[in-house]
Design a protein around this ligand. Structure first.
Ligand code: SF4
Length: 458
């Protein structure tokens, strides 16, 4: 079987015929919001080729695994998921299976050898080539196709694609990362950092508003290092979006503590009617030596000072974080410092993971790796400590009246689901005509992850 990297469509009449009939596509998404947004873009691009999304892989003519290599055993996960489709492929040899995302970028053509059922592979920088790649794959069925070239030189001019009219949409503002944290594979799978031009972003967001979007989440590996072609930095971008577009709510993720500055806080306080009262600020560890070995660029003290500054400008802010436990060389005492930092900062939610070595990264070569048992024991301790605290914090919302932007209506339960500006998922009774509206909701009961309330008139 031949391998083609330059996937020009070989036979145009066949390609046209291919897209005359609607066909099903199923995308399985792993990982972060960036990947969720990438999958949405893939669906939108494939819709232009007459593919429609189907809820089950057995109804699909095309299956794409949008993989993530940030956590453990990513290739193994791709392998076992593709294995589950073996029977479908036997029944329908025309079924095409593609692997995108970070594993696609990292493994490239090696995946064809390791997982022979895969027909095509592509990386995050090649999503916009997907229509051509898929068409070529269907037309030239005896070849394996690959698109995983970085496009560092190309201007980063993507336009946000949405299929229906969601209430909330993700908008990429940067791509890639230059930070090289020693545990992270992203700079190797998503390439160097690039920012979208300011004017394009403003236009893009206003056009989403005109299609009914009420809330945008600005996405980047490190949104705080956004720098546009005309020198606009992240706080100025936020200000511009608040003033020059009619968007109702603005969120952003992910922030890097080293680049998080007071100017951003001033803009957030000035535009608190639009900028959400929620910040995700990954700390990764509570110990300064571990942070240094992670190449994070801040100490425990720096981080705590940033948190104080945030609370000074945004007293009701909801904070969340990412934590890695069991980084190579992390001692019991150093881990205790993570526990004490979590206690001190008083997060509403934490996303914690056991360290696992990633290819190409510096930390994977550190000699003092911890055992799985050590890492797992620390993770359990962290979760246990935070569980009760998080629930107690959620309980503080009981009796409060929150502004909830309604995102969806569940017909079966006749329930509305929305989010507060603090990013708390809230359920309450109401009809579908309320989707897209921001309503005052009194919180009656808090659960560990969600809130329940009732609509009130003020
Ligand atoms: S900032 Fe660090 S953890 Fe985040 S994407 Fe960049 S290298 Fe990875």
């Amino acid at each position: 079987m031949a391998l083609i990297k330059n996937f020009k469509i070989q036979n145009e009449p066949e390609a046209k015929a291919l897209h005359n009939e609607p066909q099903g596509v199923f995308i399985s998404t792993y990982g972060c919001q960036m990947n969720v947004n990438d999958s949405e873009r893939m669906y939108s691009l494939l819709e232009m080729l007459n593919f429609t999304s189907v809820p089950q892989p057995q109804d699909a003519a095309l299956i794409i695994i949008n993989s993530c290599s940030v956590r453990e055993r990513p290739v193994h996960k791709v392998h076992s998921e593709v294995g589950r489709y073996r029977k479908l492929k036997e029944k329908n040899p025309g079924l095409k299976i593609g692997v995108g995302g970070c594993v696609g970028q990292q493994e490239k053509s090696k995946l064809f050898k390791d997982v022979p059922l895969v027909d095509f592979v592509f990386g995050p920088d090649n999503i916009d080539d997907l229509p051509q790649l898929v068409t070529s794959c269907f037309v030239n069925s005896d070849v394996k196709l690959m698109g995983s070239k970085f496009k560092h030189q190309d201007p980063y001019h993507v336009e946000t694609l949405i299929r229906s009219t969601p209430v909330a949409a993700f908008v990429n503002i940067t791509k890639g990362c230059d930070n090289f944290c020693t545990f992270c594979v992203v700079p190797f799978t998503r390439g160097r950092e690039r920012s979208r031009p300011y004017k394009h972003l403003i236009k893009d967001i206003q056009s989403l508003v005109e299609r009914g979007v009420k809330e945008v989440t600005l996405l980047g590996q490190n949104v705080n290092s956004y720098k546009s072609d005309c020198g606009v930095c992240f706080p100025e971008l936020l200000k511009g979006i608040a003033l020059e577009t009619d968007i109702e709510r603005i969120r952003y993720t992910t922030s890097h503590p080293k680049d998080f500055n007071e100017e951003l806080m001033k803009v957030s306080a000035e535009h608190q009617d639009k900028i959400c009262d929620y910040i995700h600020l990954p700390v990764q560890s509570g110990n300064s030596e571990v942070l240094e070995r992670m190449n994070r660029g801040y100490s425990r003290k720096d981080y705590i000072e940033k948190v104080k500054m945030i609370r000074n400008y945004m007293p009701t802010v909801s904070l969340s974080t990412d934590i890695i436990v069991g980084f190579p060389g992390e001692t019991d005492e150093q881990f205790e410092e993570t526990l004490s930092l979590v206690e001190e900062v008083d997060y509403e939610s934490i996303y914690a993971f056991m360290y696992s070595p990633r290819p190409f990264t510096k930390a994977a070569r550190y000699e003092d790796q911890l055992t799985r048992e050590q890492k797992s024991e620390r993770l359990q301790r962290l979760f246990k400590q935070h569980e009760l605290k998080a629930f107690a914090k959620a309980k503080e919302y009981e009796g409060q009246i929150l502004d909830i932007l309604v995102e969806t209506y569940d017909e079966k339960l006749q329930n509305l689901k929305g989010r507060s500006t603090q990013n708390k998922v809230t359920y309450f009774a109401g009809g579908p005509e309320l989707v897209g509206k921001t309503l005052a909701v009194k919180i009656n009961k808090a659960f560990p992850q969600t809130l329940r309330g009732e609509r009130v008139t003020l």
